[in-house]
Design a protein around this ligand. Structure first.
Ligand SMILES: NC(=O)C1=CN([C@@H]2O[C@H](COP(=O)(O)OP(=O)(O)OC[C@H]3O[C@@H](n4cnc5c(N)ncnc54)[C@H](OP(=O)(O)O)[C@@H]3O)[C@@H](O)[C@H]2O)C=CC1
Ligand SMILES: CC(=O)[C@@H](O)[C@H](O)COP(=O)(O)O
Ligand SMILES: [Mn+2]
Length: 356
């Protein structure tokens, strides 16, 4: 297989599962963590690698190194593997998803931003999601008619903070996820609830329904629930570990133990809470964006710019949501007819957010 984003949180877990099942690694792609990439090259012996920056090429212990976005696309094009795992973060992941699906390859997709930005233009029959909630939904669904799908949210780093204190929250405060160990960008998205908004859009494209909602379950033990027309609701319990969704995405079906079973008696009380827009202002657009999912490109571009501004101390924690909601209003009427227009809208939104 081809693994994009091998040095990240999903990438490292993917290599553990690949090793367990003796899956050959044809190609690895990483960004700046060349030390870890070199360890992975030594262990997994890929035929080709790609990295973000040309300036790091000489540090990579491999005779065939490609660089930059074009390098990643070339690597996918020259690969013989049927499966590409896309564990890149952010908008950078979109072009590789389109390249791989365009070549008819199956994409095990952690990069949810690909679907948020351009779900309309991606061949869903080639996509298997690597996301705990969507794996949970897939696991729950059977032939019976479903009336509603639910995914759960941890509530993020500030779920128990006084609202007043959140105004002064720092980037490093926001990185303290209560349950999951993940990359920085998704951890910030979890604190603002943008991750869950993205996951509703992800569910919309994957399962072709807008009858999907989210609620807070603070322990992240239940990942998803399916409500059936007959009045039954079933829930997916699993450990806080991405190896299970990754194993299914790589293997299709798994019968052997990947995680220990949930110890039901040790869980204690479980509760579901509503997601309140006062703490998570992005939630104000949930209903609208589910009905206008093509606006995902706007939210994603504004959000990536907002995270960068927050990291550089150029805006406050709530300033991020303000920037995204402002851009959403400004670009409410855009609708791309093709990928070229998606790219153009992405650039226009970023330019708009930067000059505000
Ligand atoms: N972590 C998790 O548990 C989950 C993550 N996801 C999604 O999976 C994706 C990855 O998340 P996560 O693993 O946490 O993120 P990380 O930040 O941990 O990893 C991102 C990976 O992408 C690489 N990368 C970033 N930019 C470039 C670039 N320009 N060129 C080449 N490589 C690049 C990084 O390289 P380097 O580190 O070397 O710079 C790293 O290998 C995200 O879309 C996220 O939303 C979904 C569900 C759960
Ligand atoms: C592991 C995973 O799937 C993440 O998307 C996780 O759900 C993030 O946590 P939040 O529930 O806080 O967004
Ligand atoms: Mn998730």
């Amino acid at each position: 297989m081809v693994l994009l984003g091998s040095t990240g949180s999903i990438g490292v877990n993917t290599l553990i599962i690949a090793e367990r099942y003796n899956i050959a690694i044809e190609a690895l792609v990483a960004g700046n963590n060349i030390d870890l990439l070199n360890e992975q090259i030594k262990k997994h012996q890929p035929k080709v690698v790609a990295i973000a920056n040309e300036s790091d090429r000489s540090k990579v212990d491999h005779p065939h190194v490609l660089c930059g976005t074009q390098g990643i696309l070339e690597l996918i094009e020259m690969s013989h593997s049927d499966t590409v795992v896309n564990a890149l973060v952010g908008y950078t992941g979109l072009a590789p998803t389109l390249k791989a699906t365009g070549l008819g390859k199956r994409v095990a997709l952690a990069n949810k931003e690909s679907l948020v930005v351009a779900g309309e233009f991606i061949d869903m029959s080639l996509i298997t999601p690597i996301d705990s909630e969507h794996f949970g939904l897939w696991y729950l669904m059977n032939e019976r008619p479903v009336s509603k799908l639910y995914i759960t949210a941890s509530g993020g780093a500030f779920r128990d903070w006084e609202l007043d204190k959140m105004k002064d929250a720092s980037f490093s405060d926001a990185l303290k996820h209560p349950n999951w160990s993940m990359g920085n960008k998704i951890t910030i998205d979890s604190a603002t609830m943008t991750n869950k908004l993205f996951e509703l859009l992800e569910a919309k494209w994957l399962f072709n329904t807008t009858k999907v909602d989210a609620l807070i379950e603070k322990k992240s033990i239940i990942h998803a629930l399916a409500e059936f027309t007959d009045g039954s609701t079933t829930a997916h319990f699993a450990g806080v570990d991405m190896k299970l969704p990754i194993a299914f995405a790589l293997r299709g079906e798994v019968e052997e133990p990947i995680l220990p079973p949930t110890d039901l008696l040790s869980i204690g009380a479980l509760e579901f809470l509503p997601i309140e827009a006062e703490r998570y202002p992005i939630w104000n657009i949930k209903e609208h964006i589910l009905e206008h999912a093509h606006l995902g490109v706007v939210v994603n571009a504004a959000n990536e710019e907002a995270i960068e501004a927050f990291q550089k101390d150029q805006c406050s924690f709530f300033g991020m949501s303000t920037m995204v909601l402002d851009a959403y209003k400004q670009f409410e009427d855009v609708k791309a007819s093709n990928i070229e227009e998606i790219i153009q809208i992405d650039q226009e939104v970023r330019a708009y957010v930067k000059q505000r």
